[in-house]
Ligand binder design. Structure first.
Ligand code: IMP
Length: 501
């Protein structure tokens, strides 16, 4: 048995999640296991996620369709579960790409219970983010927060409504009523600008007095319903039956534990629960059904997009401010920091060099991702929810790095903070992060420094052949977080992977 087979021995339900703020190379790992799976299902997030897929030598960024769609086998079923924030416009765009490239999607199923992202969700998201008084999160602008608000406010519309004209129209009007009142209190110029955004089809849903042209929305979305009809199904029922039939199911997570609305660095999180339990619920099964959960950790650096504390950020506040500026793109960084080195003594420039080396620019928004050193207190927090089996990815990015810092613990520098029965005072050492934004922003990282391996590791295929310094670093991470490293990813390709027994 090779490492792949050993890992999957006796496994029928496998979940792939992320233990950080997303963007840890999940796409490659899901693709790796899609070959094994009969069913690949997504259960969280929406078009805020982005994975890069290569078709016939060309790169495409997909947001909604599960990563297993590219496997040519006619037997593989891809599922968009009920927990996904489903934007039909984006799904149809992605299906059109597949069609153009001659890829079949006959076996794609969309949950009839998934909540629908509608134009008003994009508008509410964008108008809120442009209002400084409500506290910016730095969202992707894909309507995710407002969609989940409607879900819990019991005024959401679901995929199945696309098939029933009268129900759709009635629910839509009810859903819009409160939002129109609210938008009438907002700056009309901002509302109009947002309504004319290309993601809102350049203004086709805009009505100058009523904000929304209800008939235009009904017409467009019912036509989406017609296009998607064959794929809409009771996927929860289907998955439960498949569980009983002992089929191999791969659950594909989105975002990461630290962005979970329940367990992440609230309020700077997304609005779904990105933990393995949220993922299981989002496809309609119990977490107990999962035989193996693998939590991805980018190493030995990590990234965050948008606002929120990032204790190990390389370049600190300067980096955060720079990455939040409009107009900062990969090209600008490439042109302005020619010859930048990951060993630069200037931390701000070092951060840019790491970002360029890891190509850390948002797949959904193109925004530069903030970069920092690997943070073990946050990892210790994440594995409480996602379990002890981890995968380290992007190990090759720091091949050239001379000194690698790992944050082993924090020193708290804020005011006295009461965390239940525990009192945290300035100077206290924190080993496992308290993800609350009020605490995290006063956590000063205490680093351990390691010498880099200074060697290209992408060609290496076994643990034994890895440089000693890299192995020591892995062993230190594993021992100090009580985790088992099961896989190392040493390059973007499928075969640039090392399984650890
Ligand atoms: P939203 O999910 O668009 O509401 O954004 C909320 C926060 O989650 C923002 O800080 C986003 O940058 C972050 N976020 C959402 N999706 C992703 C992702 O796929 N990768 C990284 N960050 C994400």
């Amino acid at each position: 048995m090779n490492g792949y087979e050993k890992l999957l021995n006796n496994v029928l339900k496998l979940a792939i999640v992320c233990n950080q703020w997303g963007d840890t190379g999940k796409g490659k790992i899901v693709d790796l296991f899609a070959e094994w799976a009969d069913i690949i299902a997504r259960g969280t997030g929406g078009a805020n996620a982005g994975h890069t897929i290569r078709i016939n030598g060309k790169e495409y960024i997909f947001h909604l369709i599960p990563s297993g769609i590219l496997w040519d086998s006619n037997d593989k079923i891809n599922i968009i579960g009920s927990g996904v924030a489903f934007d039909p416009r984006i799904a149809i765009e992605e299906l059109a790409i597949l069609k153009k490239e001659g890829k079949s999607y006959d076996k794609l199923q969309i949950s009839l219970n998934a909540h629908l992202v509608l134009p008003q969700h994009l508008v509410m998201d964008r108008v809120k983010e442009s209002d400084s008084s409500t506290g910016k999160i730095g969202t992707t602008g894909r309507g995710i927060g407002p969609l989940y608000v409607d879900h819990y406010d019991r005024i959401g519309l679901v995929v199945n409504d696309l098939l029933n004209k009268d129900i759709f129209a009635k629910k839509l009007k009810r859903n819009l009523a409160g939002k129109i009142k609210q938008l009438h209190l907002s700056d009309p110029n901002i509302v109009e600008k947002v309504m004319r955004h290309e993601h809102l089809e350049n203004g086709i849903f805009y009505h100058p007095n009523e904000v929304f042209d209800v008939d235009a929305i009904i017409e467009r979305y019912l036509s989406y319903g017609k296009e998607l009809r064959e794929m809409i199904n009771n996927t929860e029922e289907f998955i439960r039956t498949s569980v009983n039939k002992s089929q191999k199911i791969l659950l594909e997570g989105a975002q990461g534990l630290l962005l979970s609305v329940d367990y992440g660095t609230y309020p700077y999180v997304t609005s779904s629960d990105c933990s393995v339990s949220g993922l299981a619920k989002g496809v309609g099964i119990s977490e107990k059904n999962i035989d193996l959960t693998l939590g991805i950790v980018k190493a030995f650096y990590m990234t965050r997009v948008g606002e929120g504390a990032f204790p190990t950020e390389i370049g600190g506040e300067d980096s955060a401010e720079w990455c939040g500026r409009k107009g900062v793109t990969k090209n600008l960084e490439k042109e302005s920091f020619v010859g930048g080195s990951v060993n630069n003594n200037n931390e701000f420039e070092q951060g840019i060099a790491v970002r360029l080396a890891g190509n850390e620019y948002g797949a959904t928004t193109g925004r530069p991702r903030r970069v920092g050193w690997l943070d073990l207190p946050l990892l210790r927090h994440a594995i409480k929810y996602n379990g002890q089996n981890i995968i380290l990815t992007k190990l090759d990015v720091l091949n050239e790095c001379e000194v690698i810092k790992v944050c082993d613990e924090y020193k708290y520098t804020g005011h006295t903070y009461f965390s239940g029965q525990r009192t945290i005072k300035a100077g206290e050492i924190i080993k496992t992060a308290i993800p609350s934004a009020e605490v995290l922003k006063y956590c000063q990282p205490v680093y351990k420094e390691f010498g880099g391996w200074k060697k290209d590791i992408t060609g290496i295929r076994s643990w034994q052949d890895l440089p000693k310094k890299l192995k020591e670093l892995c062993q230190y991470v594993s021992a100090s977080t009580d985790t088992n490293i099961r896989i190392l990813s040493v390059g973007p390709d499928r075969n640039e992977t090392i399984f650890i027994d």
